[in-house]
Design a protein around this ligand. Sequence first.
Ligand SMILES: NC(=O)c1ccc[n+]([C@@H]2O[C@H](COP(=O)([O-])OP(=O)(O)OC[C@H]3O[C@@H](n4cnc5c(N)ncnc54)[C@H](O)[C@@H]3O)[C@@H](O)[C@H]2O)c1
Length: 310
Amino acid sequence: MSRRVLVTGGAGFIGSHVVDALLAEGAQTTVIDDLSSGDARRVSDGADFCQVDIVDRHAFDTVVDRVAPEAIFHLAAQSSVTVSVADPARDCAVNVQGTLNVLEAADRHRAPVVFTSTGGALYGNDAPIPTSEDRIPAPLAPYGASKWAGEAYIKTWSAASGVPHAVCRLGNVYGPRQSPHGEAGVVSIFTHHLYTGRSPKVFGLGKPTRDYVHVADVVSALRAASGTAGTFNVATGVETDVMTVWSTLAKVSGARVEPELAPLRVGELERSCMDPSRARRELGWEAQISLERGLRETYQALIDEFTRDE
Ligand SMILES: NC(=O)c1ccc[n+]([C@@H]2O[C@H](COP(=O)([O-])OP(=O)(O)OC[C@H]3O[C@@H](n4cnc5c(N)ncnc54)[C@H](O)[C@@H]3O)[C@@H](O)[C@H]2O)c1
């Protein structure tokens, strides 16, 4: 018998890759997504897709109790920092109340949950680089605060229910299917500019650093964390400035487009890089895809997507 797995946010960028990995393993996979930022076309045919808001407890419970999942990957989130500033109540409803709804449903089915939290939006500007999980969070925006609160519920429920739930704090995830129209996702945004021959704005004069991790590596980390209790950085430990990302993609494309340098936006971090050694030690997980290889492959995959969607 194949196992029954639920993926919230499975029509999103990362969630859709989780779904594909589960289908490849032979799991009976159900997706819950309200399509607020997701796209149903990302959900592979083999998965059962339900358009439901995780905040709508009755509708959510109805699906979960029908599926009776043996494991849950909880990726549905209000994940825009800008939206969290404009509408912190909605951000809180989705990321905190929604996470609580997931935990209560998981409890009924004794299903372990993997929760995708954030490294970049949690650790703040003064954290040592690379940052370990032990660093006390200092979020700069409501999005970081709501993810931190979600983490607290995950840990509390894990301890109280005896069902192991895991928190994965993701670095800057990039890869195929990432939208170029969001506020983040610089790899997709830059690739789209190269595709259309337009100059992108490179904020912080190209100097801000991030920990870029390929979506395939993230998927393997989330699967490794399922059924364990703990908090894990899912990142590479390699700090890369944004200008390096731009120049690598520009080189791969062969296009001659000059970026427009702009100052750092309010609330943006200057540096972010996470220590992944706990995940290596406790989950046996390590990122396998170098940035150079990941950018080359992602560039080609995104160009194919843009061409197809035209
Ligand atoms: N992309 C990154 O670099 C990154 C970094 C750190 C953490 N994360 C976290 O990883 C997860 C997935 O991120 P992503 O980049 O794939 O984002 P995404 O926006 O592509 O995916 C989120 C999905 O959740 C769905 N969703 C939102 N609100 C919902 C609701 N109320 N009910 C049901 N579905 C809802 C959206 O429609 C979307 O399909 C999120 O929890 C995000 O906070 C992402």
